[in-house]
Ligand binder design. Structure first.
Ligand code: CA
Length: 233
């Protein structure tokens, strides 16, 4: 036995399944694979994988149903794989408990970056919220969580209270996509005001404050039709 993290790859397309498997094995992960949803669910029960890569278009059961079945029994991050243009499906998967997504076709580099982010967040959740008294830094952006101040290239950026909350929320999940619904619920609560349009306005204002080229953001990234992601590397 070794201590390699075990990744379950659920994909009915054999060439893609093999490609992912080989890519992960060469990076030091151990791979198990399923070609349909039912096998995937039984492998989650029997092998307790550390991470799941799940194609949403499966021959037997809906990928969303797989997430709903396995989410209550495993804390393993779930990265869904979906076709371009299936934004509603991605949002549904994320709101049901998936952690991130990849759009086909994707590169090995993208896949590995998503896996690293997912494992990092999973470790943080296990060891408590490490950000509570720390500084968050990516590129020239720095958030001092203790003093509640934000800096860009060492210059203080003045954010409104809601902008600051949005920034901290994204920093805590840096590298991960957050759906519009998730952000609205976290910042405004389920019943309070706040809609996707006003969220866009807040994000546009924040970009004007922190981005050198707000139309080509380096930090606050838009995931079209899905939500936002704060860059992490
Ligand atoms: Ca498929």
């Amino acid at each position: 036995m070794d201590n390699k993290p075990v990744i379950l790859v659920v994909e009915d397309d054999k060439p893609i399944r093999k490609f992912i498997g080989v890519s992960l094995e060469t990076q030091g992960y151990r791979c198990i694979a399923a070609e349909n949803g039912k096998t995937a669910i039984s492998l989650v029960f029997s092998h307790n994988p550390d991470l799941v890569i799940l194609d949403l278009g499966l021959p037997d059961i809906d990928g969303i149903a797989v997430i709903e079945t396995i989410r209550p029994i495993t804390k393993a991050p779930i990265i869904v794989v979906s076709a371009r243009g299936r934004e509603r499906e991605k949002v549904e998967a994320l709101d049901c408990g998936a952690d991130d997504y990849l759009t086909k076709p994707f590169s090995v580099e993208e896949l590995l970056a998503r896996i690293r982010v997912a494992f990092r967040h999973a470790n943080q959740n296990q060891h408590g919220d490490v950000h509570a008294t720390e500084k968050f830094r990516v590129g020239e952006l720095e958030i001092d969580l203790e003093k509640r101040r934000v800096f860009m290239e060492n210059e203080e950026v003045h954010l409104t209270p809601i902008e600051y909350k949005l920034m901290v929320l994204m920093a805590k999940h840096a590298g991960r996509v957050l759906t519009h619904n998730y952000i609205l619920n976290e910042i405004w609560g389920s019943y309070a005001g706040g809609d996707v349009q006003s969220l866009r306005v807040f994000m546009a204002n924040m970009r004007r404050k922190i981005e050198k080229y707000p139309a080509q953001p380096r930090y606050i990234l838009t995931e079209v039709g899905v939500g936002y992601r704060l860059a992490d590397e």
